[in-house]
Design a protein around this ligand. Structure first.
Ligand code: KG4
Ligand code: ZN
Length: 358
C-alpha cells in the first residue's frame, strides 16, 4: 500500500512515498531557510509563494527517488492543519489535484499528530499501546494520550511559547543566527559548558497542571544577557557580565537544562495522572524539531528506562517537518478505513480533542 504525502504547513515543501504506513521509500524536502534567514523568522507570504514554485518538482522527485510511478500510488495524504493558511492551501490544492488525477482517495492528516508517528518510520514493529505522546517543535508543545497510533487526545499544551520558539528566541538574544535551536544545542554540548552556571526558572504552573509555559524562561535569558530593568524607586541592579564566548556557552547549557527539565517534569506528571486514571502507558512517542535536541533525547531515554517503557523517538531525519510522517499517518488511517474527499479544507489550528485525566 503506497501513500504519497504532501507537507507544506510552514516553510518546508515536502513530499514522500511511504509503504504500508511505516516504510519510507522517499522523503523529498525543499527547505526555505535561506529565504527567511534575513527576517529572523518565517514570513508567511514568502513561504506560500515559495511552496507554489516548489511543490510539483518536489512531488516528482519523491516519486522518482522511491523508484515507483505515480500510477502505483494507492492513496494521497496531506497535512491540512495546523499551520500557516497560505502555506497549507498549496499542499491541500496539490494533493487534491494528485488524488483526482490518479483516481485514489485523499486523506487529511493533522500535522501535530503526524509528528507522533515519526518515531515508527522505518521500524519493523509498532510500539505497544497505550502511549504517552510528546510533540515539541517550533510551533507546538503538547502531550497526548495515545490509545492507538491513529488516535490522539490532548492532555496539556503550552500557554504561551512553544519550546522550540523559546529556543529560537533565546538563541537570538545570545546573538546566534536563525533558526537558533540547533545552534544553541551545539554550544550547550561544549565539554566546558556549565549547565549549572545560571539557575533559570522552570515553570510548574498549578499543582497537577499538564500545561507548559516557556515565556518566563525566555525573559530570564533576556535579563541574563541585557540586565534586569530598573524599577522606579529601587537601586539599579548590577550590570550583567560581558557576553564572552564562555558566558554564551554557559548560558546556552543552563537554558537547555531548564527547558528540558520543564518538559520532563510534565512528562512524569502525565504518566502519573494517567496511571491514577487507570491508564498504564506502555510506551512514549515523541516527535517534533526539538526531539533532535541532544539533552532531551538523553532525558527521554532515561525516563523510558526508569519506567520500563518503550521509547519511540524519530531518527534525526524525521524530527523536523517532513512528508514521510504525513504519508505514514495518512497510510495508517487509510488502512483503517478512514479517508476524506475533495471538500477537505485547510485549517490554521489543530482539532485534536482534549482529554481530561480524572
Ligand atoms: O517540527 P519543526 O521542524 O517545525 C514545527 O512544526 O514547528 O521544528 C522546528 C523547531 C525550531 O524551533 C528549531 O529551533 C527546533 O525545532 N530545533 C531544535 C533543535 N533542532 C531543531 N531545538 C533545540 N535543539 C535542537 N537540536
Ligand atoms: Zn512540525
Amino acid at each position: 500500500m503506497l501513500t504519497l504525502g504532501f507537507e507544506t504547513s510552514c516553510d518546508e515543501t515536502a513530499c514522500a512515498v511511504v509503504r504500508d504506513g511505516h516504510r519510507v521509500l522517499s522523503n523529498a524536502i525543499a527547505t526555505q531557510t535561506e529565504l527567511h534567514e534575513g527576517y529572523g523568522g518565517v514570513v508567511p507570504e514568502i513561504a506560500g509563494r515559495a511552496h507554489v514554485e516548489r511543490i510539483i518538482p518536489v512531488m516528482r522527485r519523491s516519486v522518482s527517488d522511491a523508484g515507483v510511478s505515480l500510477r502505483d500510488i494507492d492513496a494521497v495524504a496531506v497535512g491540512h492543519r495546523p499551520g500557516l493558511i497560505g502555506s497549507l492551501l498549496v499542499g491541500v490544492s496539490a494533493s487534491k489535484a494528485a488524488a483526482l488525477a490518479l483516481g485514489v482517495p485523499l486523506v487529511g492528516v493533522d500535522h501535530v499528530q503526524a509528528h507522533l508517528v515519526a518515531g515508527t518510520l522505518d521500524t519493523n514493529e509498532d510500539p505497544p499501546m497505550p502511549a504517552l505522546g510528546l510533540v515539541v517543535s517550533g510551533g507546538h508543545t503538547a502531550m497526548y494520550y495515545i490509545p492507538s497510533l491513529i488516535e490522539a487526545r490532548r492532555l496539556g499544551s503550552t500557554r504561551d511559547d512553544a519550546v522550540g520558539e523559546a529556543y529560537d528566541k533565546a538563541a537570538t538574544i545570545l546573538g546566534l543566527q536563525y533558526p537558533g535551536g540547533p545552534r544553541l544545542d551545539k554550544l550547550a554540548q561544549h565539554p566546558a559548558a556549565d549547565p549549572y552556571s545560571i539557575e533559570f526558572p522552570v515553570s510548574r504552573l498549578e499543582d497537577g497542571s499538564l500545561d507548559f509555559s516557556f515565556s518566563g524562561l525566555k525573559t530570564a535569558m533576556l535579563y541574563a544577557v541585557k540586565g534586569v530593568p530598573v524599577r522606579k524607586g529601587r537601586p539599579g541592579p548590577p550590570p550583567p557580565p560581558p557576553l564572552t564566548d564562555v558566558r554564551v556557552r554557559d548560558l546556552a547549557a543552563s537554558f537547555q537544562r531548564a527547558a528540558c527539565h520543564a518538559v520532563m517534569l510534565k512528562m512524569g506528571r502525565a504518566l502519573e495522572a494517567l496511571a491514577d486514571g487507570g491508564i498504564e502507558c506502555r510506551s512514549i512517542l515523541a516527535g517534533g524539531g526539538v526531539t533532535a535536541n541532544s539533552r532531551l533525547r538523553k532525558e527521554l531515554t532515561s525516563l523510558a528506562t526508569e519506567r520500563n517503557l518503550e521509547l519511540c523517538l524519530p531518527k534525526m531525519a524525521y524530527c523536523l517537518d517532513n512528508a514521510a510522517m504525513i504519508a505514514a499517518l495518512g497510510g495508517r488511517r487509510f488502512m483503517a478505513g478512514v479517508h476524506d474527499d475533495l471538500t477537505l479544507r485547510a485549517h490554521p489550528s489543530s482539532d485534536i480533542p482534549a482529554y481530561t485525566v480524572l
